[in-house]
Design a protein around this ligand. Structure first.
Ligand SMILES: Nc1ncnc2c1ncn2[C@@H]1O[C@H](COP(=O)(O)OP(=O)(O)OP(=O)(O)O)[C@@H](O)[C@H]1O
Length: 580
């Protein structure tokens, strides 16, 4: 192999490099900022380059779409050919490699299916609870009632629908009960990498285990950090070597990385207080000896919070910190939307990569979301992405809804139809309805004959209208375009959304009992409260390279009007640290 093509390996330290090029099944655990994602990304680049003639795929399974997009964009920057690389979430993997190609072998979905989102799910459970006269308490999970589960499943089956969780269950059943699916699938894979493996649930491990046992040549990499396991409540488990060996029928090498290339030693010393499995972390970056700012304010009133955060952002910008190196985070979107609105008006000259309440919610597995994405984003820009989305529309229609499309319908055809559909001046909903009708008419899809597609159409527009009413939104074209605009600037995101990311300055608020830890943890799992809360605090605080501003704002109350108090676990840690 021409070593010049592997120039990127020089960016790794010797340990990272050895792991990157190793041909062994590996369980890699290491602290935040130690270069796990960097090593994974470079390994994909390495495999793609050294096996450039092979069509076997190197898979990266990430926890979020944002993480897989980041990996792909880093590889594109390296000029790496992505033809034998696939990166996405486990649900996307199951859909693309198991459900779509093999749905005809599952009685439940062989005649077509549609994936519902949590809006439709909630609508169903509400209706079912009402019908069964079940009154739910605050925070009660309707699926804890067997009769609700039974009715819900019946309804989904009648409507040829599946929900997000069923994607994994159906995939497992297909792979488990059909030798040839295991054989076909395992013969197209070279390697599978699972990032943030501590958040993987049993079903996901089992699907991968079945594939591994079918073809011992596939290499598996599990990469993560048990201190960052924040999805235990929804089944995430960090399996150990013995468990993995047994499930995958092979032997995993345990590897570790040392040192943190992200944060100052001071920031590391602060967040290390939250470790559940303690280990010493030493700072390796150029910033390692900087003091930065580490502060905790629990006296500020919620009404003054936006103003204070705006001041911090201004100070940071004046010090030369770029906008995209500043991040504002909170536990819930409900807290982030108002702050984001206030910050935009307090800092009109600053750009924000922030959530907007828009008429269309992110739902990439929905065909109408995908059509909207093409209609309301700029044609002629980002053509690779537009082509992928057009292909996705074809796949959903043909593979999921089992609609026959004529052979001449390809991504180019779809793009042309959508681009040409009439724009109704200043009305996003009408524009979208026109676009869908014109696309379906050109593709000879009769909604009246396709009752499941028609139901999804009605659900989609119901949801759009509901969001417009609930949030007092306008229906003009700009409101719809906003849903798909690429954003850059100061990042505003949820605590879970920034997992794996890093910023010079992290401003985090909402550290209140009831939010962090949330009521579910406090009420239903009191014995796990401390460790789960510490892990969340660990993830949040380890995003900061240098500065960390934490707030437990006063003035937030429960539904009954009782005040929310500062997170106990944060208070006890701060008491041991010399804060600014
Ligand atoms: N060998 C290295 N030399 C210089 N910088 C490095 C090196 N390894 C990693 N980094 C940098 O350190 C930062 C953290 O790396 P990365 O995001 O891969 O860590 P991580 O272990 O995945 O962290 P987390 O657990 O928080 O997701 C990144 O900016 C990365 O580019």
């Amino acid at each position: 192999m021409d070593t010049e093509k592997l120039w990127f390996l020089d960016d790794l330290n010797p340990k990272q490099r050895a792991i990157c090029i190793s041909d062994k099944n590996t369980l890699l655990t290491a602290c935040p900022g130690s270069g796990k994602t960097r090593t994974l990304t470079y390994r994909l680049a390495f495999l793609s380059t050294t096996h450039s003639d092979s069509h076997k795929l190197n898979i990266a399974i990430t926890y979020t779409n944002r993480a897989s997009e980041e990996i792909k964009s880093r590889l594109i920057n390296f000029n790496i050919d992505l033809k034998n690389i696939w990166a996405g979430t486990i649900h996307q993997f199951c859909l693309e490699f198991i459900i779509r190609p093999y749905s005809m072998f599952s009685k439940r979905i062989s005649k077509g299916y549609h994936i519902i989102d949590e809006f439709v799910q909630r609508q169903y459970t509400n209706e079912i609870c009402e019908q069964l006269q079940i009154k739910l308490n605050f925070n009660e999970d309707p699926f804890l009632h067997p009769t609700v589960v039974q009715e819900y499943n019946k309804r989904l089956e009648e409507n040829k629908e599946i929900d997000f969780n069923m994607i994994l269950k159906l995939s497992y059943d297909l792979v488990n009960s059909n030798n040839f699916i295991r054989y076909n699938l395992s013969s197209i894979l070279r390697s599978v990498h699972v990032d943030e493996y501590q958040d993987t649930n049993d079903l996901q491990y089992n699907i991968l285990g079945l594939i591994a046992r079918e073809n011992r040549a596939i290499r598996f990499y599990f990469i993560g950090d048990i201190n960052q396991a924040i999805y235990g409540g929804i089944g995430g488990i960090a399996k150990n070597k013995t468990q993995l060996d047994e499930l995958f029928g092979t032997s995993f090498e345990i590897e570790q990385l040392d040192g943190c290339y992200r944060s100052t030693q001071r920031a590391i010393d602060f967040y290390s207080h939250f470790q559940v499995a303690s280990s010493d972390i030493s700072a390796e970056s150029n910033l390692k000896d900087e003091m930065g700012i580490i502060s905790y304010d629990r006296t500020i009133d919620r009404d003054d919070l936006a103003k204070r955060i705006a001041e911090i952002i201004n100070e940071q910008l004046e010090l030369g910190v770029p906008e995209k190196e500043i991040c504002v985070i909170a536990p819930q979107w409900g807290l982030l939307y108002p702050i984001s609105k206030s910050l935009r008006s307090l800092l009109p000259n600053v750009s924000f990569d922030a959530p907007d309440v828009t008429p269309i919610k992110f739902d990439p597995m929905n065909v109408f979301y995908r059509i909207s994405q093409l209609k309301f984003s700029v044609a002629g820009k980002n053509t690779g992405m537009r082509k992928r989305v057009a292909n996705e529309i074809i796949s959903i229609l043909t593979d999921d809804y089992k609609i026959h499309l004529s052979d001449n319908i390809d991504s180019y055809f779809i793009l042309k139809c959508i681009n040409a559909a009439k724009v109704c001046d200043e009305n996003g909903i009408e524009t979208l309805i026109n676009t869908v009708n014109s696309l379906f008419s050109i593709c000879k899809i009769d909604l009246e004959q396709e009752m499941h597609l028609k139901k999804a159409y009605i659900d989609f527009f119901d949801k759009v209208n509901q969001r417009i009413t609930d949030n007092n939104l306008t229906t003009d074209m700009d409101a719809f375009k906003k849903c798909f605009q690429e954003k850059s600037g100061v990042v505003i995101n949820s605590y879970h959304g920034v997992k794996g990311e890093e910023y010079t300055t992290v401003i985090a608020f909402g550290f209140l009992n009831g939010l962090i830890p949330n009521w579910d943890l406090i009420i239903n799992f009191p014995e796990e409260r401390t460790s789960e809360t510490r892990k969340l605090l660990y993830v949040i605080c380890s995003r900061a390279k240098q500065n960390l501003y934490l707030f437990s704002e006063q003035g937030r109350v429960t539904r009954k009007g009782n005040p929310l108090n500062p997170t106990d676990e944060l208070i006890s840690c701060c008491a041991k640290f010399n804060l600014d």
